[in-house]
Design a protein around this ligand. Structure first.
Ligand code: NAD
Ligand code: DAU
Length: 380
């Protein structure tokens, strides 16, 4: 079967990647989506059970650092688009083991870039119709001041009808022009990979795009990250380890809104450009934790708030960035994207999903999810 486009999505078995794969496989039956994932601890093929048998979906277990394999896949599948999400993504792990982050996030991205360059430059049409889209993070910009601990009306104008929290904790925001100033080994590795991607455009003319997104939440997130970890702990009445005083601020976006932005930017974004993606939705950790506790309690039929005593203040994360806040006005104005969900709706949906999918969670926490590839794919 001939496909209109052949797109590699790296890291498609992870949290955001699985939402991107699902969206593209369902929305574009005329595209072939090749999910290239190493299946590290963070990769879970059960995230994609609903699309795994589709004729326009292919899964390949491979490491993006394996240059020869990347080169082979590009030519085998006549790849004309790459949406690159594969990465080590957890800040706490990067503090313990920065080398793994440099290897995958920096060298892996470089290996993919070089393989794409070789393949696309070997074609008669060259880079025409090609796209290398790199998914990055707001953490590369560093940390903002928390000058208004009680919150203020945000000092920007936005077209977002769902400008969700109506609260900002400082006057400054991350703009596309904000200077990079990463602090953690994770953000340093992502910043480095962003620079390589832009360098491949500036040096070789590769049609690249970079986007920097804020904290995502929603179904299928690995339960080492704040929201799924806490939902699971509340359910089992385990302590909730709040780093420091819980006053760090993050800007939360529902994962499907990120996937929609990726779709829009992949198709309509300007080559060599950068777009910030964020929910205009700043929350202090402790406030979000209280919302999550109340929501879990209510949905489990417990008295709302009865699990507040699970909150346990623990030693702060080393180098813990105080505040992230993305200004995504450019994406809203130029491409007409905006977040679709009010935060309260998104959290309700998310908590409900984890409670309704306890089997998914148990499969992850027991480690059984790592056997899925062997049972479903190895002998295909
Ligand atoms: P995740 O940790 O849930 O998933 C990462 C995926 O990449 C996993 O499936 C893993 O198996 C795969 N992978 C890791 N190393 C690999 C390698 N060497 N070769 C091939 N595959 C490999 O991550 P996520 O939260 O879904 O994040 C996806 C991307 O989005 C990352 O690049 C991250 O930096 C970026 N991002 C994440 C957020 C967020 O809030 N989660 C926000 C902004 C940007
Ligand atoms: O901003 C985008 C980034 O968001 C992405 O680039 C990263 O891949 C993603 O992991 C996320 O990084 P954070 O470090 O912000 O996410 P995390 O869920 O680890 O933590 C959110 C906040 O909650 C942070 O301030 C640390 C705090 N925290 C986290 C955990 C896991 C706690 O207080 N206790 C915890 O147990």
């Amino acid at each position: 079967m001939d496909f209109k486009r052949n797109i590699i999505v790296t890291g498609g078995a992870g949290f955001i990647g699985s939402h991107v794969v699902r969206l593209f496989v369902n929305k574009y039956p005329e595209y072939r989506i090749i999910n290239v994932d190493k299946l590290t601890y963070a990769g879970n093929l059960a995230n994609l059970k609903d699309v795994e048998d589709r004729p326009n979906y292919v899964f390949v277990k491979a490491d993006i650092c394996d240059f020869d394999k990347m080169a082979e896949l590009l030519s085998q599948y006549h790849v004309d688009g790459i949406i690159h999400l594969a990465a080590e993504s957890h800040v706490d792990r990067s503090i313990k083991d920065p080398f793994t982050f440099a290897r995958t996030n920096v060298l892996g991205t470089l290996s993919l870039l070089q393989a794409a360059k070789n393949y696309w430059e070997s074609l008669p049409e060259g880079y025409e119709g090609k796209r290398f889209y790199h998914i990055s993070t707001d953490e590369v910009y560093g940390a903002l001041e928390l000058t208004h601990p009680e919150g203020i009306e945000p000092p920007y104008t936005t077209t977002a009808s769902s400008n969700q929290h109506h609260m900002a904790y400082g006057e400054e925001f991350f703009h596309e022009t904000t200077k990079y100033n990463p602090h953690s080994p994770y953000s340093a590795s992502k910043a480095s990979s962003d620079h390589f991607v832009r360098a491949f455009h500036d040096t070789y003319g590769m049609p690249t795009i970079v986007t920097n997104c804020s904290n995502n939440y929603g179904p299928y997130q690995f339960p080492e990250k704040l929201i799924p970890l806490f939902i699971n702990n509340i359910r089992h009445r385990k302590p909730l380890p709040v780093y420091g005083k819980g006053e760090n601020v993050r800007d939360w976006l529902y994962v499907e809104d990120h996937a929609r932005a990726i779709d829009l930017i992949f198709h309509q974004g300007k080559v060599a450009d950068t777009y910030n993606i964020g929910g205009f939705n700043e929350w202090k950790n402790i406030d979000i934790i209280k919302v999550v506790i109340k929501t879990v309690d209510r949905l489990l039929g417990r008295q709302e708030g009865e699990d507040m005593d699970l909150i346990t203040y623990v030693t702060d994360r080393k180098g813990h960035d105080l505040r992230y806040a993305i200004d995504s006005t450019k994406l809203q104005k130029e491409l007409g994207w905006e977040p679709s969900l009010q935060f309260e709706e998104g959290i309700e949906k998310t908590v409900r999903w984890y409670l309704d999918n306890q089997a998914w969670m148990d499969n992850v926490t027991s480690g059984d999810y790592q056997k899925y590839y062997d049972s479903m794919y190895k002998n295909r």
